[in-house]
Design a protein around this ligand. Structure first.
Ligand code: PBG
Length: 323
């Protein structure tokens, strides 16, 4: 007798019945870039289909994402001015702060998350304040806490620290609680690798380090045990959701983190992962739509509960059409 697994692959209906993993719009979080101005919608060349929005055009984008059933966005800001400490990042009048207020005002049910980091706001492009040629961990914590409180004050539902400083989840939690924002959540970029796949993002967010690299704070791609350690620390410090980033080259890490976490695990399908599929599709080398869905389902199969992805609108529209 031959064991015949192919029986379960014979028809589309049978395949649907036995499918182990599914994806819905509810799993998706859309990253969006916001800058000053009016009626601005500047294309990001390396990320076809993505734009830097002003607050007014951002609202239109959020409206369409909401109609597609996408529950959440994460905002990245492009400030008008930068300085050594990124001080504009905790101004209640900053660009992200304005965007949060505008979105929550128009669409109170949209879950608004904000990237908390200094790299978009510092003149040197590093994720913290400098001491000598390095980043000063403990001096940075206070600034991240200020930025988080300012986002919370404008109505952010979750702040998402992406700097990889030690102790920042606890520092941010304490600051939020002492300012009365005990309901504001923390989605921590707990396991963030020093990755070449962030290339297009640095163009999109204008956040390239002006010297050196981020290897002194982001993780070494070779390390797996360290991911479990980082995830555990952020859980202990009170993170509500923990994230692994990037996603596709780190599916083993997503699984590892899923297995030790009792809170939801997110994965960030980053700019380079998006750009590669778009570029290959444009050259006629792959079916971009199929590669998109295969990527997203693989990230879920690995154990992610939530996916931050530049594909969210496209995937949600496809899921709606298939339903
Ligand atoms: C840092 C930040 C980065 C990304 C999200 N937050 C860039 C970096 O660490 O260099 C990358 C996201 C992507 O590539 O899509 N604030």
């Amino acid at each position: 007798m031959i064991i015949r697994p192919r029986r379960l692959r014979r028809t589309s209906a049978i395949r649907s019945m036995v499918r182990e993993t599914s994806i819905t719009a509810n799993d998706l979080i859309s990253p969006l870039f916001v800058k000053h101005g009016k009626a601005v919608k500047d294309p990001i060349k390396s990320m076809p289909g993505h734009y830097q929005f002003s607050v007014d055009t951002l609202l239109k984008e959020v409206e369409s994402e909401r109609e597609l059933g996408i529950p959440a966005i994460i905002l990245f800001g492009l400030p008008e001015t930068k300085d050594e400490t990124g001080s504009i990042s905790w101004s209640d009048d900053g660009i992200v702060q304005r965007a949060i207020s505008a979105v929550k005002d128009r669409f109170p049910d949209m879950v608004v998350m904000t990237d908390v980091c200094l790299c978009e706001y510092t003149s040197h492009g590093h994720c913290g304040v400098l001491k000598g040629s390095g980043v000063d961990n403990d001096a940075t914590l206070e600034l991240l806490a200020r930025q988080s409180v300012s986002h919370a004050r404008c109505g952010a539902d979750f702040v998402a620290p992406s700097d990889m400083m030690d102790g920042r989840v606890a520092a941010i939690r304490n600051a939020l609680d002492s300012e009365g924002f005990e309901q504001t959540g923390i989605l921590s970029y707990a396991v963030k690798y020093a990755s070449a796949f962030y290339g297009p993002f640095r163009e999109a967010a204008d956040s390239t380090p002006q010297f050196g690299d981020r290897c002194g704070y982001q993780m070494d791609p070779a390390n797996r045990r360290e991911a479990v350690k980082e995830a555990g620390l952020d859980l202990d410090e009170g993170a509500d959701i923990i994230m692994v980033k990037p996603a596709l080259p780190y599916l083993d890490i997503i699984r590892e983190v899923r297995d030790i976490s009792l809170v939801p695990v997110a994965a960030y399908n980053v700019s380079g992962e998006y750009a590669m599929i778009k570029a290959a599709e444009k050259n006629g080398w792959i079916d971009g739509t199929k590669a998109m869905m295969e990527s997203l389902i693989s990230i879920k199969r690995a154990g992610a509960d939530l996916i931050l992805t530049y594909f969210s609108s496209e995937a949600a529209a496809l899921l709606r059409d298939l339903a």
